[in-house]
Design a protein around this ligand. Structure first.
Ligand code: SAM
Length: 221
């Protein structure tokens, strides 16, 4: 069985009893970032082999992982934080397992987009999850597409690009569009700012060096 195991996005207590039991019981853990995973495992006194599985080696690793699953091994997949497969490795492995009829299950757990959406005060249904915008090619095309959506949409953004992202959202959606900028969710300095895009930009311009990880939730057209 392959287990997709979500891990905390900030607060180490955000992990289920079942997730811990699975991490204890599998033969090994595929991990996007083995250092972060070892830190989590040590916190819960779990001693388990981790093997790296990230964007740059997942294609190469697939045959061996599939062979292990076929031979009856139990494997967990975790990402650096949150739900594997959401802006993180997972999709390729899941698709291969489905194609080969290998058993897998997804454990419920932390996912930054869900926390942001539910706490945003912006309608939660329907919604579109965009993930990260492309940095260069195709970025404006995606922004144009998003600006025309009549449902809530959600972006992941890094601290270095949050200001640029807000500026571009204003260009495409206008400064009046309601939004929520969610930072450091589940962490000590969690902040959810609800304001129109124009006010969000002014706030982050005044902040100087911007820190933290961001989810941006924007109201539909
Ligand atoms: N798999 C993760 C999930 O389930 O949410 C997402 C991984 S993606 C590589 C990392 C991005 O998720 C960050 O750049 C940020 O946009 C968002 N993110 C993750 N943790 C967050 C947090 N605690 N607060 C705000 N955003 C977060």
């Amino acid at each position: 069985m392959l287990y997709l195991v979500p891990t905390p996005i900030g607060d180490l207590e955000d992990i289920t009893y079942r997730a811990l039991r699975v991490l204890r019981s599998v033969d090994y853990i595929l991990s996007e970032d083995t250092r972060t995973t070892q830190f989590l495992l040590q916190h819960y006194q779990i001693s388990k082999e981790t093997r790296s599985f990230h964007d740059f080696n997942e294609h190469g690793r697939l045959p061996a992982v599939l062979a292990d699953l076929k031979s009856g091994k139990n494997i967990a997949l975790v990402s650096e934080a949150g739900m594997p497969g959401i802006s993180d490795p997972g999709f390729l492995l899941v698709r291969a397992c489905r194609q080969e009829d290998l058993p897998l299950t997804v454990l419920p757990g932390p996912c930054a987009l869900i926390n942001a959406l539910v706490g945003s005060g912006i309608p939660t249904e329907p919604f579109h999850f965009e993930g990260f915008l492309p940095h260069k090619k195709g970025r404006q095309t995606r922004l144009k597409y998003l600006s025309g959506l009549d449902c809530t949409f959600i972006l992941y953004e890094s601290p270095h690009r949050i200001l640029r992202c807000l500026e571009e959202l204003i260009t495409h959606c206008g400064p009046e569009r309601p939004s929520a900028v969610c930072r450091e969710l589940t962490k000590k300095f969690e902040e959810v700012r609800t304001a129109n895009l124009g006010d969000q930009k002014k706030y982050f311009e005044n902040e100087g060096v911007v820190k933290g990880e961001f989810v941006v939730v924007v109201s539909g057209r």
